[in-house]
Design a protein around this ligand. Structure first.
Ligand code: NAD
Length: 359
């Protein structure tokens, strides 16, 4: 008996969890791939392309027949009852943001793996959707800012005069921040960056940016690579430092987050009128409150001539590559949890232990 792996169409996302190319590369022995009709319509993958590597079916057929179901975000709670009892649902449940998730799954018979709970270890790096999506968002944030900025990014020396390079400030040098630094540097900007994790300093410098240090940050190596909540006294000093840099910047990319908590507010409302006219802030921390006090999640606003883009889902704006990368992460997980064409969930395995949120 071969495994049936079903791929759902997303209701509120342009991405798809598995692409035809992913399926071609899959190493799951004898798997049958069932894809919901129009699953790749918004990311550029047609039903006929899926038809060459799998079977295009209805949503109900996937729910009722699949051994494994994959999606970017879980189906609505109202659909849980349609899912086969023995199935494994692989999605991003975001339990660290939504406390009701565990309760909603508790009464169900199917199993669930949350891709965003896979431990951030070296072994699991190839399955890390948070990193692959953050990397796209960091890149796209700089591209958006460059498009919005009424000035050049690189230095230009022309017969019509010389242009100085743009100054970009990156707040938070995790996966998204580092990609934003690399992209802004490639476009020729002068870049400086803040972070509270000591490991970030070397990474920032290796990309040719200046690391701005605020003394006294709490750094916890036991936090799984994540930052820990800083004291109010530290954040006040950091805000003062951010303010002095912000007023000289053309672009600020905000990515500072503390997992499971509200994002630290590092750009105060009073800083905005002191910034240069035409400057751009892209706030990737918008969904957890934003690093800028004036950010509105899901909106682009202009205050005192400063454009503030609040968007924590910029990866969705690059759905083709984002789907491809998410799919690769899922395939690497599937290779880890299947053996000889059957599901092989080893409960003692660190990756399974961390991500199996419903057994
Ligand atoms: P994240 O999205 O949770 O946070 C983004 C960044 O904001 C982090 O670098 C964090 O330190 C920073 N931050 C938090 N509070 C701040 C403040 N007050 N001021 C400035 N910066 C602040 O983090 P992330 O990008 O998902 O990952 C963070 C780190 O986790 C990575 O850089 C890496 O070290 C580690 N990681 C490891 C692996 C792996 O080994 N497989 C994979 C991914 C990430």
């Amino acid at each position: 008996m071969s495994l049936i792996i079903g791929v759902l169409k997303e209701s509120e996302d342009k991405r798809v969890a598995i692409t035809p190319d992913n399926i071609k590369r899959s190493k799951v022995k004898d798997a049958q791939w069932w894809i919901e009709k129009d699953a790749g319509a918004d990311s550029g993958f047609t039903d006929s392309a899926y038809g060459t590597v799998g079977k295009v079916v209805s949503r109900q057929e996937i729910f009722q027949q699949s051994d494994i179901i994959v999606s970017i975000f879980p189906p609505a709670e109202g659909e849980f009852g349609s899912i086969r009892k023995e199935a494994l649902l692989i999605s991003q449940f975001r339990p660290y943001q939504d406390e009701t998730v565990q309760g909603k799954l508790a009464n169900q018979s199917f199993k669930a793996i949350s891709m965003d709970m896979i431990p951030r270890t070296t072994l699991a790096q190839a399955m890390d959707v948070l990193s692959s999506m953050a990397s796209i968002a960091g890149y796209k944030a700089v591209i958006l800012a460059a498009q919005q900025l009424p000035r050049y990014f690189p230095m230009m020396i022309t017969s019509a005069g010389s242009i100085r390079p743009a100054k970009v400030l990156v707040i938070g040098a995790g996966v998204a921040g580092l990609q934003a630094i690399a992209t802004a540097r490639k476009l020729g900007a002068i870049v400086e960056a803040f972070d509270v994790r000591s490991a970030a300093k070397e990474e920032v410098q290796s990309l040719g940016a200046k690391f701005v240090e605020v003394e006294g940050a709490k750094d916890d190596k036991g936090a799984g690579g994540y930052a820990v909540q800083q004291s109010e006294e530290f954040l006040t000093r950091q805000r003062a430092e951010v303010q002095s840099r912000a007023t000289k910047s053309d672009v600020i990319i905000c990515t500072a987050q503390v997992r499971g908590r509200k994002a630290p507010v590092l750009i105060e409302a009073a800083t905005i009128p002191q910034m240069k006219h035409g400057s751009v802030i892209v706030d990737l921390a918008a969904s957890t409150g934003g690093n800028c006090a004036l950010t509105e999640n899901g909106k682009t606003i202009v205050k005192n001539g400063v454009t503030i883009i609040g968007n924590s889902q910029l990866e969705v704006e690059m759905p083709e590559d984002a789907s491809q990368m998410y799919g690769n992460n899922v395939l690497n997980l599937l290779a880890h949890i299947t053996k000889d064409g059957a599901l092989n969930l080893r409960m003692e395995d660190e990756i399974v232990k961390g991500s199996l949120i419903k057994a």
